[in-house]
Design a protein around this ligand. Structure first.
Ligand code: PMP
Ligand code: GLN
Length: 380
C-alpha cells in the first residue's frame, strides 16, 4: 500500500523515546512530565462511587453538565469572569486534544500560526496536519521571555492565530501583565485567534499571579483556553481536560469534537464535578510543587549542572557546560545509559533542533526519587 504521510519527518516523540530508554536502563526518570506519587484517594473513591452507582454510559457531547457548572464556578472564583457552562465549556480527553481541536476548528490550508519555541511538541504537528504553517519565534534565553518586537515583525495577512503557554513547558517561564498588554496590542483590529495553553494554571510559584486569558474579557472573545485535570490532580493518565471559548467559537469546536471523541469518560467527570468543590485541593498545589522545585534545586547544587529559573510548571532546566560541550540529546542519552537518570533535551522542543545546551528535569517526584537522581548526577 502507498501512503502519503500527513506528517513527514515526524518520528516518535521525545517523551516516549526517553521514557522507553529510562525503562530499558532502569534509570530514574526525570524526563517525561508525570508525578510518581499517588493521586488524592478522595478523588479515586469518588470515581469508584460513580462507577458503582451506574454513571457508566455516554455523557452529553459537551461534557457532564455538573462538571461544566463546577468549572464555571471555579473560573468565577479564581478570575472573576462569568463563563456560561452550557455554551462556553467543552470537556475533552486531555489538554492536548483541546489544543488540537482548537487548531482544527480555525485553521485553513495556508494559514500561519505564531508559535514560541521551545514549544510543547504537539503544537507544530497539530498546525501542519491542518495544512497550515507554524511561524516560529524563539523565546529569549536564558529566562525565555517573549520578544514582542519579533512577534510584531512576524505578523502577516495570513496570521490566523498565536499560541501561548504559561506557565511554560519546558522552561517554567511565565507571562506577565506586560505580556498581556503586548498581546492585546498585537491582536487589536485583527482577526487573529489566541490559543492559550494553561494546563499548568495551578503550578505557579513565588507568589506570581497566573495571567490567565480568562481574566481579560476582551482577549477571551478571540480565545480558546485549554486546561488539563491531569496536571491539577496528579492523574496525567486520566487524559481529561477542557476548553473554554466564547459561544460562537465553542459551537464550531464542538463540531470537530462530536465526530472525533464525541464525549469523555463519564465516571471521572462525575467525580471531578464533586471534587472541584474542594478549593484547597487545587489551591494547595502551587505551594506543594514549589517546595519540590526548591528542594530539587538545592539538591542539584551538589552537581555540576547550573540551574536556570523556573517560576511554574513542574519543570526546571539546567545548563551543563561544566560537564560537556556536546549536544543536549547526546548528553541526555548518555546520562540515561551511564548515570542512570533520564531527562529531556530542550532541543526536542525546537522544530530545527536548536540546541541551547540545556536539559529539562521534571521535579514532580517523590523526594526520595529526586534524592536518588541527584546522588547519581553528582558523580558525573
Ligand atoms: N500542554 C502542555 C504544555 C503540556 O505540558 C501538557 C502535558 N502533557 C499538555 C498540554 C497536555 O495535557 P494532557 O495530558 O491533558 O493532554
Ligand atoms: N507533558 C508531558 C511532558 O512534557 C508529557 C506529555 C506526553 O508524554 N505527551 O513531559
Amino acid at each position: 500500500m502507498q501512503l502519503q504521510s500527513k506528517l513527514p519527518g515526524i518520528g516518535t516523540n521525545i517523551f516516549t523515546v526517553m521514557s522507553a530508554l529510562a525503562n530499558e536502563y532502569k534509570a530514574v526518570n526525570l524526563g517525561q512530565g508525570f508525578p510518581d506519587f499517588p493521586m488524592n484517594h478522595e478523588l479515586t473513591d469518588l470515581v469508584n462511587w460513580a462507577m458503582k452507582n451506574n454513571f457508566n454510559q455516554y455523557s452529553p457531547m459537551p461534557g457532564w453538565l455538573p462538571l461544566r457548572e463546577a468549572i464555571a464556578g471555579k473560573v468565577e472564583f479564581l478570575y472573576q469572569t462569568k463563563i456560561n457552562a452550557d455554551t462556553e465549556i467543552t470537556i475533552t480527553p486531555g489538554g492536548t486534544y483541546a489544543i488540537y481541536s482548537a487548531f482544527t476548528t480555525i485553521l485553513q490550508p495556508g494559514d500561519e500560526v505564531i508559535v514560541f519555541e521551545p514549544a510543547y511538541d504537539s503544537y507544530i504537528p497539530n498546525i501542519e496536519i491542518n495544512g497550515a504553517k507554524a511561524v516560529t519565534i524563539n523565546l529569549v534565553y536564558p529566562d525565555y521571555h517573549i520578544d514582542w518586537a519579533a512577534v510584531k515583525k512576524a505578523i502577516t495577512s495570513r496570521t490566523k492565530a498565536i499560541i501561548i503557554n504559561s506557565p511554560h513547558n519546558p522552561t517554567g517561564s511565565v507571562i506577565t501583565e506586560n505580556d498581556i498588554n503586548e498581546l492585546r496590542d498585537v491582536v487589536a483590529n485583527t482577526n487573529i485567534f489566541i490559543i492559550s495553553d494553561e494546563v499548568y494554571e495551578h503550578l505557579i510559584f513565588d507568589n506570581i499571579l497566573h495571567q490567565s486569558i480568562l481574566r481579560y474579557n476582551d482577549l477571551l472573545q478571540r480565545s480558546f483556553v485549554c486546561f488539563s485535570f491531569g496536571k491539577v490532580y496528579n492523574c496525567t493518565g486520566w487524559k481529561l481536560g477542557y476548553c473554554i471559548a466564547p459561544p460562537e467559537l465553542t459551537r464550531e469546536l464542538r463540531k470537530v469534537h462530536q465526530f472525533n471523541c464525541f464525549s469523555c469518560h463519564t465516571p471521572s467527570q462525575v467525580a471531578l464535578a464533586q471534587f472541584l468543590q474542594n478549593k484547597d485541593a487545587y489551591l494547595s498545589l502551587s505551594a506543594f510543587m514549589q517546595q519540590k522545585r526548591d528542594y530539587f534545586i538545592s539538591l542539584m547544587s551538589r552537581t555540576r549542572f547550573d540551574m536556570l529559573e523556573s517560576h511554574g510548571s513542574y519543570f526546571v532546566c539546567a545548563k551543563y557546560d561544566r560537564i560537556s560541550d556536546g549536544g543536549d540529546k547526546d548528553l541526555a542519552i548518555r546520562l540515561t545509559k551511564e548515570a542512570g537518570v533520564a531527562t529531556i533535551p530542550v532541543s526536542a522542543f525546537y522544530h530545527n533542533a536548536k540546541d541551547d545546551k540545556v536539559l529539562r528535569f521534571c521535579f514532580s517526584k517523590k523526594n526520595e526519587t529526586l534524592e536518588m537522581a541527584v546522588e547519581k548526577l553528582s558523580k558525573i
